[in-house]
Design a binder for this molecule. Sequence first.
Ligand SMILES: [Zn+2]
Length: 283
Amino acid sequence: MNSLIKMKYPLLAIAILLSHIPAWAEGEPKLAFFEEQAVPGGIAIVDLSVPDTVESIEVKLGNKTIAALPQDGTWHAIVGIALTTEPGTHTLKVNAGRSASTVNFEVKGFKYEEQRIVIKDKRKVNPAPLDMERINKENKRIREVKAYRYKKMLSTGFQLPLEGILTSPFGLRRFFNDQPRRPHGGIDIAAKTGTPIYAPSTGLVVDTGDYFFNGNTIFLEHGLGLQTFYAHMSKIHVKPGDKVEAGDLIGEVGATGRVTGPHLHWSVGLNGTWVDPWLLIQD
Ligand SMILES: [Zn+2]
């Protein structure tokens, strides 16, 4: 893998590449595939009371752009709520045509479980200075990728990307060798190395790479900042700029990066924050 070379390409190049993809048949995007759960790590669906005859709308939470779709005659915001969000009232800024307004929504509290993991490779818990240089570069790259958004919703619903055993749920408050780390921003699905991983929905490949913690990684954009992220793979079968449909082979399960065994770490991002993937899976 020439992933280190690939890392040097500016994200702008990918954005230009993606913007040259011709229009394709798109399903009718619906709000219905987002299950609302207005808690940290969940999704809030907020009726903005702006008629859907208004052609375009801009919604912000702080400095983050929030996805919006029309339903039942009005625009609705689809807000990814960060795991670090405090319960209580939060405010969206809405720009619709020439009128600006604010709309409040409530976030309820939720307590996620705790997990303690022992990692044998101590360097993966307390990285060496040389590793930190690489990690900082990778984090910058990840921030750029997470900020990318395609202007239209491409997805009409999600399916699980593979069959396996759920070993670690979303939101776990984790400790590596007794040291507190960020809560788990995705779900872990254990399966044998080489198990195929499929695109869960229509999307664009924004980035692929070999990351210190995440190993072989893919980022997909499904439109309006709805993204999925795949880590620890043994093989990657797509490249930046590819368009994928639900069911397309994108990679294979592996044990690359910081792992205790072969599994897929799968995350769903919305407005640059990780949300519980189960809120998007169709029953
Ligand atoms: Zn994980």
